[in-house]
Design a protein around this ligand. Structure first.
Ligand code: GYE
Length: 367
């Protein structure tokens, strides 16, 4: 591993929020660079490293050196993302035997591609990518494969051929969208729905999947109308802006359901409705559906402001570490690991699709 080069390259990148974690203790086993495997990740060959790390990093323990992992993270758009980033930084720590090169790609696809190219040049042992958008990955994935670096596609999906990467892990976004739709159908019964959708970032698999899943259920209901859908970019400011424009167009009383594709967008939408005097929540005129089920999002659900909140668990780094450990041991890994999630509804609502919120449920949450 070219540690010094790695540090220089990472430091040179003009990407906001960049953090390169240092190294300290070494793992118990010698770091190894497994050969790139095919889709089912079979036949990885462990190749012992013989280089020693550079001086500005803590010396490795006698029994090995740190495993280098690059993480091309989406950005810092949401509370979900912050929890996900922290989870990766905690998991891939020097204490645990890793040197993590973390890059916040600030929601810019071109930056993310170049970040991955940088990781390849640095000859890191593993590359994790949380893809900002699902399209446009073939070339750089081929480059990583040619360099023999295993790639883990994490959180969101890519539409590239699975033979171009080692494994993928994350939540099932289509199932999340369907859960939201199924809950709404159960909740409304025969009532009409005039629905506004604040989508996530354009081209992200989280956006595409949640939209597809919800639309699958929508198409089964003749008295549901999707009035409009616009991207709020998974941010609070974006959610507020889109909601303000929806309110101008459709007016008070013109809609009774707002689907926000993440919690931060829901906070922005609530601000916009507050300002316009529109009531929402279980006792209001508008029912809000949100996704993520972060701590604050579930607090709003407990308070009856967000009626249904579909979880996406951001604590995914352990799954990535599991894969890397298997590859280090020369074992096959699954092509896909599902991170399970569930949905939550406001107190007073009973649902076959969701857990009814209580203080106890909120207190028991890790994020
Ligand atoms: O829902 C949103 C974040 O990819 C599942 O990205 C993730 C989404 C999450 O910005 O809050």
């Amino acid at each position: 591993m070219k540690k010094k080069l790695a540090l220089l390259l990472v430091t040179a990148m003009t990407v906001s929020g960049l953090v390169a974690c240092g190294k300290s203790e070494a793992p118990t086993q010698e770091a190894a660079a497994p050969a790139q495997e095919e889709a089912q990740a079979e036949d990885e060959a462990a190749v012992a490293e013989d280089e020693t790390p550079e001086q500005e990093e803590a010396a490795p323990a006698a029994d090995g050196e740190l495993i280098t992992v690059g993480f091309a993270q989406v950005g810092h758009e949401s509370d979900w993302r912050a929890a996900n980033t922290k989870n990766y930084q905690d998991t891939f720590s020097a204490e645990n035997g890793y040197e993590l090169s973390f890059v916040d790609c600030d929601n810019d696809h071109a930056v993310q591609i170049e970040t991955v190219r940088g990781f390849i040049e640095q000859e890191l042992d593993y590359i994790c990518i949380a893809p900002i958008q699902s399209a446009g990955w073939d070339t750089v994935l081929q480059e990583a494969q040619d360099a023999g670096i295993p790639v883990l596609i994490v959180d969101r999906a890519v539409d590239a051929d699975p033979s171009l990467y080692t494994t993928a892990l994350g939540c099932d976004m289509i199932a999340e969208g369907e859960a939201a739709g199924n809950w709404l159908a159960e909740y409304l019964g025969d009532k009409e729905a005039n629905i506004l959708v604040i989508e996530g970032s354009v081209g992200a698999s989280a956006t595409l999947g949640r939209t597809e899943g919800f639309d699958n259920i929508l198409s089964q209901h003749d008295n549901w109308t999707k009035l409009d859908s616009q991207s709020g970019d998974f941010t609070q400011a974006g959610g507020q802006e889109v909601m303000e424009s929806f309110i101008k167009t459709y007016g008070q009383g013109g809609f009774n359901v707002v689907v926000c594709q993440n919690d931060n967008e829901a906070y922005g939408a609530m601000d916009a409705m507050d300002a316009a005097g529109i009531t929402y929540g279980v006792d209001g005129d508008v029912q809000i559906i949100s996704f993520d089920a972060t701590h604050d999002g579930l607090q709003y659900t407990l308070d009856g402001k967000i009626t249904c909140n579909v979880e996406c668990n951001p604590l995914q780094a352990g799954f990535a570490e599991e894969v890397i450990k298997k590859l280090e041991a020369g074992e096959a890994v699954d092509a896909w690991t599902l991170v399970k999630d569930e949905a939550f509804v406001a107190p007073g609502i009973e649902s076959q699709y969701a857990v009814t919120m209580s203080q106890e449920v909120l207190d028991g949450r890790a994020y």
